[in-house]
Design a protein around this ligand. Sequence first.
Ligand code: ATP
Length: 234
Amino acid sequence: MLEVKDLHVSYGAIKALHGVSLKVPQGSIVTLIGANGAGKSTTLRALSGLIKSTGSIVYGGKEIRGLPPHKIVSRSLCHVPEGRMVFANLTVKENLAMGAYLQKDKAWIAKQTEYVFHLFPRLKERENQAAGTMSGGEQQMLAIGRALLGNPKFLMLDEPSLGIAPLLVKAIFERIVEINREQGLTILLVEQNANLALDVSNYGYVLETGSILLEGPSAELKANPRVQEAYLGA
Ligand code: ATP
């Protein structure tokens, strides 16, 4: 379980988060939706220690706010950033191996690599291809696969649908649900595509200019006229 209380972040004089509080129960998929610039990526960056914040971030009963990113990763939290950031010159296989650099159990690495190939057969077909030459959707699959090789318990996904063809987006979101079910992974999903995000998640938060405007079970948010008008294109 992750519990965030009264999180504040500033970029110099610009206040990006004004006291964000949210909970992500173990084993759930929780989504954070909101328009451009609402502070979604900033929230994830603060949770993974990439930027300074004030407030409280408790994970597994312990305060993790203020820890450097590598300590947060070693507590099994993994962040798949927006824009994917795969190693363009390395092959798919090499990228996956990079994800496993802290893992010592070779048999587990081999098994988990097979699991990633089972989830995303396209990656298996392209295992020797340079990651930079793959499509945006394939790179997103690789970024998720690489994260899984770090054996995370808590996965933060920043806009996995961004710039990806609709058919691949659907496939990726189905796999996100599968990973949650099969690997028992807790997922915090940041998305501008509110429709999709609310379909796959249990609970959602709506972020607007750095504050939580609304929250609730995803089905309720989807039925909320305010959400429909502002975020679902109704
Ligand atoms: P998007 O979907 O467009 O990425 P977002 O909800 O993820 O939006 P953030 O990227 O978290 O939004 O940005 C929140 C606010 O903080 C914005 O006003 C943005 O301009 C500002 N901001 C983000 N990064 C920086 C930075 N490095 N320096 C200054 N301001 C920043």
